[in-house]
Design a protein around this ligand. Structure first.
Ligand SMILES: [Zn+2]
Ligand SMILES: [Zn+2]
Length: 442
């Protein structure tokens, strides 16, 4: 089923490409397949996107760096702001305490004022009483004198007898004394009230003085506070500016990230379409058991003990990069036998790599192939077997199909034990032109 679908797709593609590719074909060497130009175009698009993704990621990294700097400035200014806020709070509580004192003084002043008013009222009443009493006395005396409209002396002289004179005199004197006593008492009380009032007024002015003092202390604190407030407001503005800048950077990065995501999706679409043209599915992960179908039957499987393919021929995407995988990766046990896919002459048998262990970097040996073998099968057909623990054949040696030529390992640019099996036609040159899908040969 799968192979029928693949053939159907390949047929459909070749029909389409037959028209599309006529012009490019004229300017290319004959061995380039009909689909190469479209593949080339797609590869170019993928490479362009790689560049744009790299540029975007560089910008994102720059944004992150700027953001970090801005954040650290904002944080340090914010801690100054916090310190100022602590000072402001301290001033506020001082001012609150002073306000409380002022309010309590105001209460005292009001109550003293009330006392003064009451005292004044009492004083006024006393004065009125004194006036009334004096008036009454005057009226009484005048009533006594008025009877004969005479003077004091005349009253005395007009007395019928000395006894009567004495009686009258005594009466007058007693009345007069009584009223004078009343007046004296009233005046004494008045004086006391006046003295109370004076005391209250002096208390009042000392309260007012205290209030003045506290108010001036309060305005000192308020001045000091407003200086700190204005300092803080300047710093607040700076923090806001930095936060705005950080937001802009975040927005820019978010935009770039969504662009990168879209670009990667686009790349994946291009890769899928190239892989569809190649009629292969690049597998990833630890390995997928593969039974090659649809090939021409020329080759036997190069790792008899394992059919696990961790990565197929074609486009694959890695961390931030897309690349074309020019062979298939067959995972297996370290030291597993690797055999010649077909009979031929060993043209390369290299054992330069001592780095036969899992690693996450390219030791660079043999350009990443590590220890590897190349067999020339004639008619320009070459097979490559890379990342061996060691080779088991010599250059110029003729090997039969299925003959052991080396052992599976992890040398060169390899993170885990596997055999990278690659097929090239016509030349060992530029892989992008000479590599072929190995599945076409099994
Ligand atoms: Zn090495
Ligand atoms: Zn590989």
């Amino acid at each position: 089923m799968i192979s029928n679908a693949k053939r159907g797709l390949a047929l459909a593609l070749s029909l389409v490409l037959a028209f599309v590719m006529v012009l490019p074909m004229l300017s290319r060497p004959l061995y380039v397949p009909a689909s190469a130009a479209t593949t080339e175009e797609l590869k170019q698009k993928i490479a362009n996107l790689d560049e744009q993704i790299a540029a975007s990621e560089e910008k994102i990294a720059e944004n992150n760096k700027n953001k970090k700097e801005a954040q650290s400035s904002a944080d340090s200014i914010q801690s100054e702001v916090d310190a100022l806020q602590t000072q402001i709070s301290a001033y506020n509580s001082k001012i609150d305490a002073l306000n409380e004192q002022i309010s309590s003084l105001n209460d005292d002043i009001n109550s003293t004022q009330k006392d003064i008013s009451e005292t004044e009222k009492k004083l006024a009443k006393q004065k009125e009483s004194i006036g009334d009493t004096q008036k009454l006395l005057g009226e009484r005396l005048s009533a006594m004198y008025k009877t004969g409209n005479v003077t004091n002396l005349e009253i005395l002289l007009e007395a019928d007898s000395f006894a009567s004179f004495l009686n009258r005199l005594e009466l007058i004197t007693r009345i007069s004394k009584h009223d004078s006593d009343i007046i004296a008492t009233l005046q004494e009380q008045s004086a006391e009230l006046q003295s109370t009032k004076d005391t209250l007024e002096s208390q009042q002015s000392s309260l007012q003085a205290s209030k003045q003092e506290i108010q001036s202390a309060k305005s000192e604190q308020q001045d000091a506070k407003s200086q700190i407030v204005s300092k803080k407001s300047t710093l607040d503005t700076k923090v806001n500016t930095l936060n705005g800048y950080i937001e802009e950077l975040d927005a820019d990065s978010a935009e770039l990230e969504s662009y990168v995501a879209a670009a990667r999706a686009q790349q994946q679409a291009y890769m899928n379409s190239i892989n569809a043209q190649l009629a292969v599915t690049a597998s990833t992960g630890t390995g997928t058991y593969v039974t090659p179908e649809g090939g021409n039957g020329t080759f036997v499987w190069p790792v008899p003990s394992s059919h696990n393919v961790s990565s197929g021929y074609g486009y694959r995407s890695g961390v931030g990069v897309s690349n074309f995988h020019y062979g298939i990766d067959i995972t297996g046990a370290h030291g597993a036998e690797i055999v010649a896919a077909a009979a031929g002459t060993v043209s390369i048998s290299a054992n330069p790599c001592p780095h036969d262990y899992p690693k996450n970097y390219n030791c660079g040996c043999s350009g990443g192939y590590g220890n590897y073998v190349v067999i020339d099968h004639g008619n320009g057909l070459l097979t490559y077997y890379a990342h061996m623990a060691s080779t088991a054949c010599g250059v110029g040696q003729y090997v039969a199909q299925g003959q052991v030529i080396g052992y599976l390992g992890c040398s060169g640019y390899s993170t885990g034990n596997h055999c990278h099996f690659e097929v090239r036609v016509n030349s060992s040159g530029d892989r992008s032109l000479t590599a072929r899908n190995p599945y076409n040969y099994f």
